[in-house]
Design a protein around this ligand. Structure first.
Ligand code: UDP
Length: 240
């Protein structure tokens, strides 16, 4: 069992990428729905103000440290998180082993055509995967019922949900709770990255915890949302 620490009252599992993947594979063999969340500073700040999101994260099977801010905050309280475990990397790794482990994948979210492009790129890298279904993230209520039914009947074992935080976590907890032996992972903008719509930051920026800065350079309109980062830093310092 991994160590679970608390960053501003939000649980974070201290696991390497490798441990995370093996845990996710094992969870698909355990009863119930298993929620995996990928936490960054923005998610923590939202959770502090959103009791529903906070409750979902507390009950999640795994909350992995996606953002560099989480590693920094952990260090401040004398804890060691081994490495960043990002939604993009989890998705890639799981696509890499899905056919070997026989884990059908359902992809939900992003603009029409984006998840399809992401899957195509992943398959050209890792070979074909058992695909249970794909749907974009913009649907009405009747379409939503069809999607939920499709996820259930397709026998998907891994459900990637890219609807943004906190919508994706709430959607998973609310709509997929009756699933059994299924892992559902909230992956934010991962399909956009894997489809090639948003380039990943250069390696040196990732290694120096500057991926957020690159994201801001690409999408300056994110500035409002990104104010969560200095607020997070300030709250962590104040809480010491
Ligand atoms: N999205 C969606 N349906 C919605 C709202 C958002 O499919 O109703 C998608 C959006 O197209 C994008 C992703 O959710 O692909 C959210 O990406 P973002 O980078 O904002 O994720 P976060 O920063 O929350 O991880």
């Amino acid at each position: 069992m991994s160590k679970r620490i608390s960053v501003l009252s939000v649980p974070i599992d201290c696991m390497t990428m490798k441990e995370t993947i093996s845990r996710i594979v094992n969870l698909t063999k355990e009863p119930g729905l298993h929620i995996v969340a990928t936490a960054n500073a923005e998610m923590v700040m939202l959770a502090i103000q959103n009791p529903v999101l906070h409750g979902i994260l507390n009950a999640a099977s795994l909350v992995v440290p996606d953002g560099a801010g989480i590693l920094w905050a952990a260090e401040r309280i004398g804890e060691k998180v081994p490495e960043r475990v990002t939604g993009v990397d989890i998705t890639k790794e799981l696509f890499g082993i899905a056919s070997i482990e026989n884990l059908p994948i359902y992809c939900l979210g992003a603009a029409p055509g984006v998840a399809e492009r992401a899957v195509k790129n992943l398959e050209s890298q890792f070979g074909s995967v058992p695909l249970a279904g794909i749907h974009d993230g913009f649907f009405d209520e009747s379409e939503e019922l069809r999607i939920i039914e499709e996820i259930k009947t397709s026998k998907a074992k891994l459900v990637f949900v890219a609807l943004g935080v906190p919508k994706q976590e709430q959607w998973i907890a609310e709509k997929l709770s009756s699933l059994d032996g299924v892992v559902a992972i909230g992956i934010g903008g991962t399909f956009d990255v894997l489809a090639g719509n948003i380039p990943r930051a250069p390696k040196w920026m990732q290694e120096n915890r500057l991926e957020w800065l690159y994201r801001l350079y690409l999408e300056p309109q994110r500035i409002g949302r990104m104010l969560a980062i200095p607020k997070f830093i300030w709250t962590v310092i104040k809480n010491k």
